[in-house]
Design a binder for this molecule. Structure first.
Ligand code: 9MR
Length: 623
């Protein structure tokens, strides 16, 4: 977590160039306020009957929540699109939901397996948003959530033929004026006396910085989304294959998801300090604007000087881990690139070992985010794991087994968020558990046990929550990017399901989807283009339709950061004062501490979208 000073700095930058408010896509549907809510900010929560606004898998659990004053069970009725009654039953009183302060009851219509569109659940004269029952709910989300990455590429034009005219834009941070460009970037004063080509990669988020820490976890999760198709029965590689995603590299014989990952890997490798220079082999922590740019700023119109910031151990280990993973995944497609990746991974590892305490400060946040990290034991664990899986070498085996983290479930998969940019050990652990490697059978069983124990904990959170959310920070407070934390816990649950076949892990993932797609205290779908009440005004300097009607809204499949009890921006502070944790969210472009987008949030969304899409198909097959 970055301190308040940092958030304030971001706020100062973000608000530097206020733009005229323009008409946006209109106010959310559903004017009536839900009953039984604690006093707090006045929020439009629509119908009190909460469902997954996309829908439910035909053979999966189908649950929802109603906000009500009633303490006795109520009758629920499932209606088809034409209004005919399809099923009914009684709700289960659940008392006060601690995340929202709402008095709630839950309902369960899992028994219904008739496919269809436009279903609603009706309780006490109130109707839910419409939803589908289908085997094929998530194939478009799998594609759209990955398209996010292409649309946020730096250094390449975003092609109208791939994304449609309104999202097309010229290349950002190339050589053309008015840019200073990313092809020839100096260091911050005192950091180095040379310039580097650090073009390419993805923009981090609403800002156009590029951070090795954060690029690392994001590209790792894309690569793991692909790698899962090699290691897991029922995981389908075809929808991620060549010609399937919206990327320009069609027809090169390489799966599109790896093309997308390569775009970032090439950038990450450019961030390595070259041989012959001081700190050779280390990675610069980040490159971004000298000062914060205003809102909106299309990437090709950014006039700020870009600067490289001092190398860090965390960034270097992010490079080592991801390059080691890319070495094994690219081997069948591009052996030369695979060999280069492995070389980079090994040199980065050696450099990090030689400089284990170059810690990025959480105060370095002028013109870009800090991504400060004072504990790099998890990055060492992750990099050692990936290098070991790829090479089988004893040095890396020893680094894994001798790590204080080995076997420590809570350290590897922190309770609040199993994986995050600041806590990466779990990325290594999941790969050690699922990708063939040279651990002994006993060690492999130990590793898998930690995954399952962590999943048990998140499954218990989901079961306890009236909204089914597998997320329960000890403080009770929701954190910046809480939706990504929910998703990363779901990644552990999904992996436990892949490993054991136990349905309670699978069901907790699906309940997590319900939460993210509208079955939550705000009746809000946090994914643009999915559900009736979707987030579509996220914090982004180009997708800034709320501020300039000529600019687009976020593209479909973009995840909003989600509720953040910290209220770390002026808009959230003004609109959400006194909010219950799961209700500290507003779909406003300048509420960046609740409503930003970023690569490390869309990456677990993409991973999970593949998992649930595969699930729909395989459950249908089993019948
Ligand atoms: O995801 C980051 C979150 O964990 C921190 O609490 C927050 C405040 O420092 O920063 C988030 O990362 C932002 C980064 O600093 C700059 N680009 C946008 C990121 C998402 O909000």
């Amino acid at each position: 977590m970055l301190g308040a000073a940092v958030a304030a700095a971001i706020a100062a930058g973000a608000l530097a160039a206020p733009a005229a408010m323009a008409a946006d896509r209109g106010t959310p549907r559903g004017a009536e306020a839900a009953g039984a809510e604690k006093p707090g900010p006045k929020l439009n929560t629509g119908s009190p009957v909460r469902v997954n606004q996309v829908g439910y898998l035909t053979h999966g659990p189908k649950k929802g929540t109603v906000v009500t004053d009633a303490t006795k069970p109520l009758t629920w009725t499932l209606r088809a699109a034409d209004g005919t009654k399809r099923a009914s039953g009684t709700t289960t009183p659940r008392g006060i939901d601690p995340s929202s302060g709402q008095n709630v009851q839950t309902f369960d219509f899992s028994k219904v397996t008739d496919k269809g569109k436009g279903y609603t659940v009706n309780i006490d004269g109130k109707q839910s948003e419409p939803f589908s029952i289908s085997d094929d709910l998530y194939s478009s989300l799998r594609r759209d959530s990955l398209e996010y990455f292409y649309q946020n590429r730096s250094g390449i034009k975003i092609d109208a033929d791939l994304v449609g005219g309104k999202y097309a834009r010229p290349a950002g941070h190339g050589k053309a004026a008015p840019h200073q460009g990313d092809t020839d970037v100096p260091c911050q004063q005192g950091v180095c006396d040379y310039r580097r080509n650090v073009s390419g990669g993805w923009y981090d988020a609403g800002d156009q910085g590029k951070y090795v820490v954060n690029g690392g976890i994001s590209v790792a999760q894309l690569m793991s989304e692909f790698e899962r198709t090699k290691t897991t029965k029922g995981a389908d590689a075809k929808p991620l294959g060549d010609g399937k995603l919206r990327v320009p590299e069609h027809g090169n014989g390489i799966p599109d998801i790896l093309d997308e990952a390569r775009w970032e890997m090439d950038f990450l490798m450019r961030m390595q300090v070259p041989q012959g220079k001081p700190l050779a082999g280390m990675a610069f922590h980040k490159v971004h604007d000298k000062e914060w740019t205003g809102f909106p700023t299309r990437p090709d119109q950014d006039k700020q000087q870009r600067e490289l910031h001092t190398p860090s151990t965390a960034a270097t280990l992010n490079l080592a881990a991801t390059a080691a993973q890319s070495a094994r995944l690219f081997k069948p497609y591009d052996p030369q690139f695979a060999a280069r990746s492995l070389h980079v991974a090994k040199t980065a590892w050696a450099a990090a070992k030689a400089h284990p305490n170059m810690l990025a400060s959480d105060q370095d946040s002028t013109g870009g985010g800090a991504y400060g990290d004072s504990n790099v034991s998890d990055e060492f664990y992750w990099a050692a794991s990936e290098l070991f899986i790829t090479t089988g070498d004893n040095t890396y085996r020893k680094a894994v087994l001798d790590s204080p983290l080995y076997g420590d479930v809570d350290a590897i998969f922190p309770r609040t968020s199993a994986l995050s940019w600041a806590s990466t050990a779990g990325l290594g652990q999941l790969d050690l558990a699922t990708v063939p490697n040279k651990l002994t059978a006993k060690q492999r069983a130990e590793v898998r046990k930690t995954v399952i124990r962590a999943a048990d904990r998140y499954a218990a959170f989901s079961a306890k929550s009236a909204y089914g959310v597998p997320y329960a920070p000890k403080s009770g407070k929701y954190e910046w990017g809480s939706n990504s934390q929910v998703l990363n816990n779901m990644v552990v649950l999904a992996t436990a399901h892949d490993l054991t076949g136990k349905t309670r892990y699978r069901d907790a993932v699906l309940r997590g989807m319900d939460y993210l797609l509208g079955g939550n205290p705000l009746n809000q779908s946090y994914v643009t283009g999915y559900g009736e009440r979707d987030s579509h005004r996220q914090h982004h300097r180009f997708w800034a339709h709320q501020l300039d009607a000529k600019l687009p809204s976020p593209s479909p499949g973009t995840l909003a950061g989600g509720p953040n009890s910290g209220l770390e921006d002026p808009v959230a502070q003004k609109k959400l004062k006194g909010c219950a944790p799961a209700m500290c969210y507003t779909d406003d472009i300048m509420a960046f501490s609740t409503n930003e987008v970023t690569i490390n949030w869309n990456a677990p969304l993409a991973w999970i979208s593949s998992y649930v899409d595969d699930l729909g198909k395989s459950m249908a097959y089993k019948g």
